[in-house]
Structures are given as C-alpha cells and as structure tokens.
Design a protein around this ligand. Structure first.
Ligand code: SAH
Length: 229
C-alpha cells in the first residue's frame, strides 16, 4: 500500500485538532452549566442528553489527570484507616472509584450511571432513610448553586456524630472561614481541614445535629470554570 499523501495526512491532523477543540468547548459549556445552575437543572440537562454526560466525564478525566493526586484517593486512604463497617454515601460518585476501592458498603449517587453501582438521582434528594449512614462524601461534587439544600440532604441521611468529607477545588473558596462558619449552621463541626494542596481542599466535618433553617450567607463557592487551552 502506498503511504498516504502528505496533504491528506495534514488534513486528518487538522480535523483531529478541530474535533478536539469542539469537544473542549462543549466540555467547558457543560461544566459552566453545572456550576451555575441548581442540582435540579443539572439533572434535567443530563436526562435530556445522556451523551452530554459522557462527554462531560471525558473532559473531567482529562482535567483531573493533570493533577499530582486525585482527591478521591485521599478519601480512599481516609476510609481505609477507619472501620470497614461504616456505611458510606458518595454524592456525585462519577465512575464509583471510591466504592471500588474500599470494603465499606457505599451508596453511589449520580445523575447518569457510569457504573452499574450507581443509583441515579439528584443529590439534593437521595433515596436513603434519615440517619442511616456514617460517612457522607462530596468529592469534587458540590456543583449546584443550591448548596444549602444539598448539604442539608447530607445532614438528613447522616447519623449524629457521622462524618462529612468534602474535597473541593481550592480556587472555588472565596472565604474559607465564612464557609466553615456557615457549615456550623448546617449542623456540621469542622474536625480537620487540609488546605495544603494548591489544587484541592480536603475538609472533614462531624454532624452535630440537624441543619438550622435560615440563610447561610457564607455558604458560597465560586464556579470552577476551565480556561480554553
Ligand atoms: N466524585 C467523583 C466524580 C466527581 S465529578 C470523583 O471524584 O472522581 C462530579 C460528579 O458529580 C459528576 O459525576 C456529576 O455527574 C455529579 N453530579 C453533579 N451534579 C449532580 C446532582 N445534582 N446529582 C447527582 N450527581 C451530580
């Protein structure tokens, strides 16, 4: 067989580059939708267009691969140090890396099933009984603008004294102290905070009681928008 013409080789490379750009643009658009709307809007978006979800996840994987460490691995290490009998709820579980890496029973929630372990639902309303889990996890998953409702749901399903683990992109925190203060109003005491990574913060809370109603103004995170590369 003859080698391809240099010209067609060039146009194939050009086409690949264009496709890559389009995928990148589509990912950034979807990502922006997720961070600037409520969790219900996100549920609707992906229900209407499951292909968009897969595209979003490809883009997410590409972003996180650039980081020195995947935050979910920190949560895995944390759980391995604690009894395997603890029941875990993983809010926005993605591909269920957490459930696949620990011996605990893990309830996995996401909008579309990337794995058969996933229960499809909006994280603001998960099908679990009140005070039924020991550990609730949000690993890069606090995306919706209705943060208070989402964290209120975590409070509802957690047992008193249960653990809430949050791993979030560092640059999303405008005012970490105000955020932690707002968390006390939602019924969570800060147990530890690891702010040492420039990529993500790892926060551990304990449930002190039910969330108190009323506004929690410090509970704000910037959207995590990616730049065009
Ligand atoms: N925790 C995983 C995935 C993080 S990506 C990890 O660390 O690898 C964020 C995940 O949250 C995505 O899978 C996204 O689909 C999910 N998500 C976003 N909004 C959601 C919602 N309203 N309800 C359930 N899952 C949601």
């Amino acid at each position: 067989e003859a080698a391809p013409e240099p010209r067609s080789g060039r146009s194939a490379a050009l086409r690949a580059r264009m496709e890559e750009r389009l995928l990148g643009a589509r990912f950034r658009y979807l990502n922006q939708q997720l961070y600037t709307g409520s969790s219900r809007d996100a549920a609707q978006l992906f229900r209407a267009d499951p292909a968009a979800f897969h595209l979003y996840h490809q883009g997410f994987e590409r972003q996180v691969r650039r980081w020195p460490e995947r935050p979910v691995q920190r949560i895995v290490r944390y759980l391995r140090r604690r009894p395997a009998s603890l029941v875990v709820a993983d809010f926005g579980c993605g591909d269920c890396t957490l459930a696949a890496s620990v011996r605990n029973q893990v309830h996995c929630f996401d909008l579309v099933p990337l794995s058969p372990r996933v229960t499809v639902c909006d994280m603001a309303k998960v099908p679990l009984a009140a005070e039924s889990v020991d550990v609730a996890v949000f690993c890069l998953a606090l995306m919706g603008t209705n943060l208070q409702e989402i964290l209120g749901e975590a409070n509802r399903v957690l047992k008193l004294g249960g653990t809430l683990m949050v791993a979030e992109v560092a640059s999303r925190f405008e005012d970490t102290r105000a955020f932690l203060k707002a968390m006390t109003q939602l019924g969570f005491r800060t147990v530890s905070k690891d702010l040492s990574s420039s990529y993500f913060y790892l926060l551990e809370f304990a449930k002190t009681g039910p969330a108190r109603p009323g506004p929690a103004p410090g509970l704000r995170l910037r959207p995590c928008l990616y730049k065009r590369r």
